[in-house]
Design a protein. Structure first.
Lengths: 551, 140
């Protein structure tokens, strides 16, 4: 071992590593294989030169290529967090308690589409969508039922909500408060990532400018009041699902991240106060090694952007922490059990890539929402990787592979080049308005699907190895009657509220929206009066207008 | 492929679902196959889709839904087409749709339903047939 390596490593061991071990002791005193051979915490090259320290380095240290924590999963496994929610708040509450009972370690709330687009269940536009892809939340009353008997000081909750994120966060804060948990104790994440909605996911409400203001208001309010809450989950997941390549996923996600940081800086927020609460969300597709390289490249590139472009001084701001979900679009309706294998490969990519939390899709999701049995298998897949595969026992076990390192470099280069193109064209908002980003994704999606049609790309069970299937797969159906139930419940509640106080709260919100002030407090006030999501977003729609996509 | 000039079709996304990778792929594949395709974009109401279909004088409408709202929304488009003056425009649909629902949708006037994994050639063929049937009906 060279002296230089000793010095670099000794430094890391006595600083980052020691600090981490003091705070989070490793899961086991000794990690060893069957037979007793010890498992190295991290395998390192024989010679550590500056090229190595600048590009790979050690986990928990810039540029974080090998992981954001010094011990990674030797300290603690990733959070196993299954995205769930459907039908009513009461039904979803049951599913959450089922998942927690099965050993899940965090919640992830799926809202139905009307909720995600800021409409009440009784709005005519909500027809057919109530409770379908997630839980229907109209007012605080629904949120109280959703988290009934779930202690919000112990459980972290991720909420997939974007345009109306502020309203749902406000409801969460008030529910926690009613449980006796103050805002500074709540942990979790709101997705709150509007830019990718315009290009990939579609649940936008307002135009970009006021949307970015809402996001910045949330950053600011949470910095002071809910410092443990991740205020955004900058998401490549949906960009990839819409058909992008791995490099495009990294590029467009980090370009969106740059936009959020710049907007917050322009509003006068302090970089190293808000930037540490930025989280990311990526897709894990089936190309195992490309995906591992993608996660590593994203981590390194974000660290460099924060350090070089934004001059961050705080390591916590440079660390790209991310959630991963396996690729829904890769699941097939044919031979559904094959999906368990796909999900296993994808989950393994996420773990080899150093994810902080993971959702594994269920086998039957190309047919409908997953049944309880399928969800259990999906969670078990994570538990098997955690407890049986041995992969979590050594940090970044693929690091140093010629192939992985080359691919990591390549993906970073491609992403940098795309980000430069976006910068040159005037930034992300301009690139959305010209359709540049949408066009890139659409071309990649078309190419991919064309390869499948031509059988240049084989999807097992779909364009090769097909069988005649007769056995029926049981599917989960959302009872169509719940739409009426939800609407009736909302009608009753709307009649019972203190109208005067509610109207006053909504007026105050409108005044605030027309000014420059932070909207969090007025939204919380309206939520407390059981103002509905549709009413609150209605006020904001009046003030901000609605985004009109061009096709 | 056809002797009447370009066949015009409309691809629509009814409801609030934003998953349009499939819809956009089909639109582009139909274009490549010689169709003239109007894509409505996401988050359209049944009435908006029907009005666009009648106004653009299309020979078939294709709908896509991935959110599970197809049982309400697809028949609503059929009804809206009838009200908008296009009662005989055939409606085809695709998305995450369980087998049992296909029967129900066909009973309510949806001509064909395509589920994930359907080869695009089969979809193009179904659109061609639907259009030609519609146009020949009109001539008679």
């Amino acid at each position: 071992m060279t002296e230089k390596k000793n010095q670099y490593l000794r430094d890391w061991e006595t600083t980052e590593l020691q600090k981490s071990l003091d705070r989070f002791p490793e899961r086991k005193e000794k990690f060893y294989c069957h037979g007793g051979r010890p498992v190295e915490r991290i395998a390192l090259p024989e010679t550590i030169d500056t090229q190595y320290t600048e590009n790979q380095g050690v986990p928990g240290r810039f540029p974080y290529t090998r992981g954001v924590q010094p011990t990674m999963y030797r300290g603690r496994f990733w959070t196993m967090r299954q995205y769930a929610g459907f039908s009513t708040a009461a039904e979803s509450n049951k599913r959450y308690r089922y998942l927690l009972d099965k050993g899940q370690t965090g919640l992830s709330v799926a809202f139905d589409l009307p909720t995600q687009i800021g409409y009440d269940s009784d709005d005519p536009i909500s027809l057919g969508e109530v409770g379908k892809v997630g839980v229907a939340i109209d007012t605080l009353a629904d949120m109280e039922v959703l988290f009934d008997k779930i202690p919000l000081d112990k459980i972290s909750t991720s909420m997939t909500i974007n345009s109306p994120a502020m309203v749902l966060l406000a409801m969460y804060i008030v529910v926690a408060e009613k449980q006796g948990v103050s805002a500074d104790k709540i942990r979790g994440t709101i997705q709150n990532d509007i830019l990718k909605e315009y290009v990939a996911r579609g649940t936008y409400i307002f135009p970009p400018k006021p949307s970015l203001r809402l996001i910045t208001n949330i950053f600011q309010w949470c910095s002071g009041n809910a410092p443990l809450f991740n205020t955004i989950s900058i998401s490549g997941y949906h960009i990839r699902e819409a058909g992008s390549t791995a490099s495009q996923e990294v590029a467009f996600t980090l370009a969106n991240g740059i936009t959020y940081v710049q907007t917050a800086l322009d509003a006068g927020l302090e970089l190293d106060v808000f930037a540490r609460r930025l989280a990311f969300f990526f897709n894990a597709s089936s190309n195992l090694l490309e995906e591992v390289a993608k996660f590593r490249a994203a981590r390194r590139l974000w660290a460099r952007i924060m350090k070089d472009r934004f001059k961050s001084q705080n390591p916590a701001s440079m660390m790209l922490r991310f959630h991963t979900q396996t690729a829904g679009s890769s699941l097939t309706a044919q031979q559904v059990d094959n999906n368990i294998v796909r999900v296993t490969i994808q989950a393994l990519a996420a773990v080899l890539g150093g994810t902080q939390s993971l959702h594994t899709n269920s086998r039957d999701e190309a047919l409908s929402l997953p049944t309880e049995d399928s969800v259990q298998t999906a969670l078990r897949t994570q538990q098997i990787i955690a407890h049986e595969s041995g992969v979590p026992d050594s940090v970044d076990p693929l690091g140093g592979s010629y192939y992985i390192e080359q691919l990591t470099d390549k993906i970073e280069e491609e992403a940098v080049s795309l980000i430069e193109q976006i910068d040159k064209s005037g930034g992300v908002v301009a690139a959305i308005e010209t359709g540049f980003i949408q066009g890139q994704i659409e071309d990649a999606a078309y190419q991919y699907q064309t390869e499948i049609e031509r059988k240049e790309r084989i999807i097992v069970g779909v364009n090769k190895f097909q069988v005649d299937e007769e056995t029926k797969v049981p599917v989960l159906r959302v009872d169509p009657a719940i739409e009426d139930e939800q609407v009736q419940g909302l009608t009753r509640l709307k009649a019972e509220r203190d109208q005067e106080r509610l109207q006053n709260a909504l007026e105050q919100l409108e005044i605030a929206a027309r000014s420059e002030s932070n909207l969090m407090d007025p939204v919380i006030a309206a939520v407390r009066e059981y103002g509905s999501l549709g009413e609150i977003c209605g006020v904001l729609r009046r003030v901000f207008g609605e985004y009109q996509a061009r096709w | 492929m056809n002797t009447r000039g370009k066949l015009r079709v409309l691809i629509g996304k009814p409801g609030l679902d934003g998953h349009d990778r499939g819809a956009k792929f089909i639109a582009r594949a139909l274009r490549d196959a010689g169709f003239e395709v109007i894509y409505t974009g996401i988050r359209r109401t049944p009435d908006q889709i029907a009005a666009a279909a009648v106004q653009e004088d299309v020979a078939a409408v294709g709908l896509s839904s991935m959110s599970g709202a197809h049982l309400k929304l697809f028949p609503a488009v059929v009804k809206a087409l009838a009200n908008a003056g296009g009662p005989d425009i055939p409606v085809l649909g695709g998305g995450v749709i369980p087998d049992e629902d296909i029967v129900l949708l066909k009973e309510q006037g949806i001509a064909s339903i395509f589920t994930p994994g359907t080869p695009v050639a089969a979809i193009i063929e179904a659109f061609t047939q639907a259009c030609e049937q519609h146009l020949s009906g009109r001539v008679e």
